[in-house]
Write a protein that binds this ligand. Sequence first.
Ligand SMILES: [Zn+2]
Length: 258
Amino acid sequence: MSTHESVRAGGAAVWSPSVVPPIGVELSDSQALAVAFRHLADIGFAENMAGHITWQPDGRAEMLVNPWGLWWAELTASDICTVDEDARVTRGRWDVTPAIHIHTELHRARSDARVVIHNHPYYVSLLASLQTLPELVHQTGSLFLDDLCFVDSYDGEIDSATRARDLAQRIGDANLAILASHGVIATGRTLAEAVYRSATIERVCKLAYHVMLTGRTPAPMKRSDMAGMQASLIERAADVYWAGAARMTIKADPHVLD
Ligand SMILES: [Zn+2]
């Protein structure tokens, strides 16, 4: 009997939908970003006004970002500011904290990371405090197969470009980094991808924590099965997750687009 494990295919190679439910309105970049903040706040990802989402659209040096002092749950499109590659505010009516260097330096180091999301969601923070990555013991965790990084030391605020460059180097090419005693950084080629990774890591950490509490040994998944699932989650689920999140967020408060 062969011990070879055949790799399960997934993603667009297996199936693509002929039609997907649209968001229903054309969103400007600022509107889309405001919707992302509201959605992630809605699902408990944001620690009140902490953290940032930055979006560096293709071919542009500037980044869209949230200002200091507003909670993610109250942001509207007109609150979104713009910073340059060195974190100077170039447009907007509010200020931006030096913590934004975490983002500007990661964008500089990673041409694929068009969107960078950072905050301190509760269950991610819980595992970060235990100095551990979540065990991937459920199929949704396949999203992070070979794409998780643990930054195992904490030495205070990242408030300068030098410190942020060091952090970006430690993150390397991972799309998801958990920072000891701090929080999480998720990246994506698109807003949809980064939002989906952010929402999913909190759920994965919550599940991993509850599995730990049982004291029982979870059933392992095969890498060969997880690879196909990872492709399906990225290629099929991320965009439709985002469209649904946007529809529900706009319906709950259309003023998010103001
Ligand atoms: Zn932080």
